[in-house]
Design a protein around this ligand. Structure first.
Ligand code: F6R
Length: 607
């Protein structure tokens, strides 16, 4: 989604801003722009489409050492040059880039229009430079502070003033900003990914904070007034590794990184000899665990699916009520929050607006919520204050892969802890711990021999519709497989619990419709065989993901994809991988933009 990068320092800003925008490209966007401060005013260049197009627009060059830049993912107003950020005030001496949504834009616009302001775009953002101009009496900090006191909604903004080339102003409410403290330069961004080329030393802005940024550093204040002493944080080392490493796409790289990601998530946390695990970030004693009466996960998309797997494992192994909620529904339905329930907010980016909104709703109602988050220091991690980092490393491809398996792994580690306080003996705990620690090797074993994915992709790529089905732990995997295929290939598809087929979806099948069945060994296997026969009787061609050595399943399949044998609750970590590969191969076959699929953004920071 929208990205911000701003630079002030002793070097030319333009190449650094363009490079920063390139590093933000993975988030998804549809136009980009840059504004630099020159002695005679603001130097503005914007382009619809890719950052490469913007770079071409700036080929006349600009030697300024201060500027702001933005990648826009359209919300208010179409994808046009006029709507592209930065936006300027009428005198062209104040430039603003903005992430978030201004909810009272119509009211603010009406006041400004009555004042004689002429609007050039359909964006909500454009009210900001005009509003700041209205309050400007020579002090940039106070002008932005005063303007924001009239704004309802969410914002992460960077503001440049032609009259003050020695400072930039940044402010945050509900949309992340991080300030990188370099040597003779300071860089502001909405995402640490755009900062690591300059420095690892950062200050995270919190909600309702405003900062004056200069080449020497930043001074942070509360929007309501008063200084804030923010400690410097260090961005983790692996943030710099946003390279393809020999793979054609980040999605492929991230699929192949999964054994390592799982290892990082498990390392030092699971102990076989104790038949238990430790997640220090939860700050929970066994006594605290025993008092939990219910576990609920909240998340969106892939993170929701990971939560489904986690909650099934909790019910299965710890015998505690558990379920998963879609964050966007949960936050808006005035949910009941039992005080003895434990909520997990599952999020790769840690910035998803709906999940953050759910966290805030849980906290307002006195509930207990922890993060299951990948990006260290992100808004959800910091708002929860406690939780589990999944340590998947930076996920650049828009379609989430290694974050899913890492989120599931983190929730399984928690499940082991919870189960040991309740109903699993030491010996049983040892078995669960062993099964978890074996998962990275099993995943590697599968990736070394991924099976006939090309043959499966051949069946799917020209299909006008296909279906995914599974039971129990394999139902969330079916949902995740269908989501991946939609995102990357745009092939129409749906996922159903296999037992639901007869209640309607089976009507969709025609001669040759591909049905992808997730059917590992376990409690549901035999029932799924009946479902496979039912769909085959209606002409479906089946791609079956099953346990290696299950010859009956292999014989039933048009395309048989075996995965190594693991315990049932671990199976999603294995069975999802062929589905990720299938989506990838179909996307390639159809010539799709794999890492940046149409209409999607990596981090969905608006409701
Ligand atoms: C799917 C995908 C999305 C995200 C969802 C939540 O491939 O990437 O469905 O899973 O937008 O994002 P996070 O995990 O960042 O909260």
């Amino acid at each position: 989604m929208c990205g911000i990068i701003a630079y002030i320092g002793d070097q030319e800003a333009l190449p650094r801003l363009i490079e920063g925008l390139r590093r933000l490209e993975y988030r998804g966007y549809d136009s980009a722009g840059v504004a630099l401060i020159e002695p005679d005013g603001v130097w503005l260049r914007r382009a619809v489409g890719r950052v490469a197009g913007l770079a071409a627009e700036t080929s006349d060059g600009c030697t300024s050492k201060v500027g702001i830049a933005h990648t826009r993912w359209a919300t208010h107003g179409g994808v046009t040059l006029e709507n592209t950020h930065p936006h300027l005030d009428a005198t062209h001496r104040i430039a603003v880039v903005h992430n978030g949504i201004i909810e009272n834009m119509e009211a603010l616009k009406a006041v400004l229009i009555a004042d004689g302001v002429e609007f050039l775009s359909e964006t909500d953002t454009e009210v900001l430079p005009h509003l700041i101009r209205r309050h400007y009496t020579g002090d940039p900090l106070e002008a932005v502070r005063a303007a924001l006191s009239h704004v309802h909604g969410t914002y992460g903004i960077a503001v440049a003033f032609a009259d003050h080339p020695d400072v930039l102003i940044a402010a945050r409410f509900g949309s992340p900003l991080v300030i990188g403290l370099g040597d003779g330069e300071t860089v502001l961004a909405s995402d640490p990914q755009a900062i690591v080329a300059h420095t690892r030393r950062v200050l995270y802005l919190d909600d309702r904070e405003i900062a004056v940024i200069s080449a020497d550093g930043a001074k942070v204040q509360r929007l309501s007034g008063g200084d804030v002493n923010r400690d410097v944080s260090l961005i983790e080392a692996d943030y710099a590794v946003a390279e393809l490493g020999g793979h054609e796409h980040f999605m492929a790289k991230e699929i192949w990184e999964q054994p390592d990601a799982l290892l990082r998530c498990l390392r030092g946390r699971v102990q076989i000899e104790r038949g238990n695990a430790k997640l220090g970030g939860l700050n929970m004693t066994p006594r605290d665990m025993v008092n939990i009466r219910e576990v609920v996960t909240v998340g969106c998309g892939t993170a929701y699916h990971a939560g489904m797997v986690g909650s099934m494992a909790i019910e299965h192994l710890a015998r505690l009520p558990a379920h998963a909620e879609v964050a966007s529904e949960f936050r808006n339905r005035h949910p009941i929050i039992p005080p003895d329930a434990l909520y997990f907010a599952v999020s790769q980016s840690g910035e998803t607006a709906d999940t953050l909104g759910a966290v805030e709703e849980i906290l307002v109602k006195g509930g207990q919520v922890m993060g299951v988050v990948n990006v260290v220091g992100s808004s959800i991690a910091r708002t929860c204050g406690a939780g589990v980092y999944v340590y998947a490393g930076p996920e650049i491809a828009v379609a989430s892969t290694k974050a899913f398996t890492s989120q599931v792994t983190a929730l399984l580690v928690f499940t082991l802890m919870l189960a040991r306080t309740r109903n699993q003996s030491l010996a049983q705990g040892e078995n669960i711990a062993r099964a978890l620690l074996e998962a990275p090797d099993k995943l590697q074993e599968y990736l070394d021999d991924p099976g006939p994915i090309d043959a499966a992709a051949d069946l799917v790529k020209d299909a006008k519709y296909c279906m995914f089905m599974g039971r129990g732990f394999s139902y969330p995997v079916a949902l995740e497989g269908a989501l991946k295929l939609k995102e990357i290939s745009y092939v129409p598809c749906e996922a159903y619990p296999a037992g639901e087929m007869k209640h309607g979806p089976i009507a969709m099948l025609e001669d040759g419709t591909p049905v992808i069945v997730i059917a590992p060994r376990g409690s549901q296997r035999d029932k799924v065989i009946s479902n496979i026969k039912e769909v085959q009787a209606r002409g479906a061609r089946t791609i079956i993901v099953h346990t290696r050595g299950d010859d009956e399943m292999a014989r039933l399949a048009d395309v048989s994809i075996p995965v190594p044998e693991v315990r049932e609750f671990i199976s999603p970590l294995l069975t999802v991988v062929p589905l990720q590969l299938l989506a990838y191969k179909v996307g390639i076959a159809l010539g799709r933009d794999i890492d940046k699929p149409r209409n999607l953004a990596k981090s969905v920071t608006v409701e």
